[in-house]
Ligand binder design. Structure first.
Ligand code: CA
Length: 525
């Protein structure tokens, strides 16, 4: 369906569902399980051996596994804002940025469901980093009421002591007091976000040789393989608590009347993945279990779906038919067509592409600027348009490439350049040409740019035209010469505002997510 048409369709009233969910007693509970920085493919259900995810695999086996689910924006705050509002990040004003102020006018589906009789709660990480306040300046409960009291000794240093599943149990007990009310719970781990305990993967019995392949954009060495194993331990921590939560639901008899969505906000916190717009950046794991609402089980679906589709799905499941005045018009499409179909593979031929993009993530470029990109993934090709090619894609070298979390992998690549080997540094941190085109079937790592290939000229033109036409329909300021608005929104972190100017004029500033050695002393170009 044309995006403008679906915009109108969902703006005031949602289509009534295939299921008869009109009565309050039919309304499912909703569990939204979101890891922080977990990449597509790193789950048993996707054929991965070195990251063990039995709980996620169970959801896939008893529900639907999605092979082509994407976040339109691969950074925590904008990705989560898309999930909450059903709008693309370029339709969310300052909420399209990272470390920002969430405009009060963009209500989310959890607030909508709460206003319509749901009990809502979350544990761990909800939306952020940034501030979300209502029109009166009061902090919004944008992912519900916080349940954070229960703590547990973490299995490794740098893993949170939040006992996520125990906090869910507390929530469920309290929700049980609210007789006959359905609930929404946002289970958001801070794993596998960095930092990691170096070497914990090997300490827990994994081997460097367990990793089947290292992507072509990183060197393959011991340090990086350790970094990958340490990441896997953190993914497994998310999966462990997901499993505990499924047990709690099963014991309470609520498992089958709960719509469960398990995913991650974007790809892993490694160079060229998180914060960028390549295939591994935006492609996310997604499994959905809901026996009462999904036709069949164990289905593997290859339709292109994206995070803007989640809000309308949850709203349709809840039976709420009016999103105004809480929410603004939704751009995504409810997944109910996929739920009700018995098919695996491609279910709906009109779900043939997704749009991705980004504006300002993090800090540290001159004049608080971001790195704007828009892109489209269609038929296993990715077209990217970089709007400001004079800027540094992963952040300015002199301020530590602040859109890339500090890590053994990052240090390894930065040190290679300092020792005279530029190949990996160029791929991960170097400037880019305006257009990039990748054949994802042959080049999932996106290292072979086909944008200048004559035989791909026509395909590039078609993808660019479709991308820009849809963005114009969606009102993207970047399409109307007004994209710099994203660089001018205030930062929510005043301590690091105007970082570049202050740091380069000698002020002692800290940015805890990078290493001191990430800051280049010399001027690079
Ligand atoms: Ca994240």
């Amino acid at each position: 369906m044309h995006s403008l048409a679906k915009y109108n369709l969902i703006s005031g009233f949602l289509l009534s569902g295939w299921l008869s969910l009109g009565q309050a007693t039919d309304r499912p509970n909703i569990l939204f399980a979101i890891a922080d920085d977990w990449s597509f493919g790193h789950a048993g259900a996707y054929g991965c051996d070195w990251v063990r995810t039995p709980s996620f695999d169970r959801l896939a086996r008893e529900g639907i596994l999605f092979q082509r689910a994407y976040t339109p924006n691969a950074k925590c705050a904008p990705s989560r804002a898309i999930i909450l509002t059903g709008r693309y990040s370029w339709q969310l004003e300052n909420a399209g940025n990272h470390m920002t102020y969430f405009p009060a006018k963009f209500g989310g589906w959890i607030e909508l469901l709460e206003a319509n009789g749901y009990v809502t709660g979350y544990t761990g990480k909800g939306w952020g980093p940034g501030f979300a306040k209502d029109v009166n300046g009061k902090t919004r409960r944008i992912t519900g009421t916080a349940w954070q009291k229960k703590k547990a000794k973490p299995p490794a240093r740098a893993i949170s002591n939040n006992n996520y599943s125990a906090n869910f149990a507390d929530f469920l007990d309290a929700a049980g007091q609210a007789v006959a009310k359905p609930w929404v719970f946002w289970f958001g781990t801070t794993e596998p976000h960095r930092g990691y305990e170096y070497g914990v993967g090997q300490r827990m019995g994994k081997k460097l040789s367990d990793i089947d392949r290292v992507p072509k954009y990183w060197p393959d060495n011991e340090r990086i393989r350790n970094d990958l194993l340490d990441y896997s331990i953190e993914v497994e921590h998310y999966d462990y608590h997901l499993g505990k939560i499924l047990e709690i639901l099963e014991k309470s008899g609520q498992l089958d009347k709960t719509l469960i969505v398990a995913t991650s906000d974007h790809g892993m916190p490694f160079p060229r993945v998180k914060g960028q717009a390549y295939e591994p950046s935006n492609h996310v794991p997604l499994a959905i279990r809901w026996p009462k609402g999904i036709n069949g089980h164990g289905r593997v679906v290859t339709d292109y779906v994206n995070f803007a589709d989640l809000a309308p799905t949850f709203i349709e499941a809840s039976g709420v038919d009016k999103i105004v005045p809480i929410m603004q018009p939704i751009s995504g499409r409810s997944l109910f067509d996929i739920f009700r179909s018995p098919k695996s593979g491609l279910v709906n031929t009109s779900r043939d592409h997704v749009l991705i993009g980004k504006e300002r993530h993090d800090i540290g470029r001159p004049n608080n600027r971001g790195y704007p990109i828009r892109g489209i993934v269609k038929n296993d090709h990715l077209y990217l348009h970089n709007f400001k090619t004079d800027r540094w894609p992963s952040g300015h070298p002199n301020t530590g490439y602040l859109n890339c979390d500090g890590s053994p992998t990052k240090t390894s690549i930065l040190n290679q350049r300092r020792e005279g080997t530029y190949h990996f540094w160029t791929l991960n941190f170097g400037k880019r040409s305006q257009e990039e085109l990748f054949d994802l079937k042959r080049d999932v790592d996106c290292v072979n740019n086909l944008a200048m290939s004559k035989s791909h000229a026509n395909l590039k033109k078609i993808l660019k035209n479709q991308l820009f036409a849809e963005l114009r329909e969606q009102g993207d300021p970047r399409m109307f010469g007004k994209g710099d608005v994203f660089d001018n929104y205030p930062y929510s972190g005043s301590a690091t505002d105007d970082f570049y100017k202050r740091y380069t004029s000698g002020e002692k500033l800290r940015a805890g997510w990078v290493n001191p050695s990430d800051f280049e002393k010399e001027t690079l170009d």
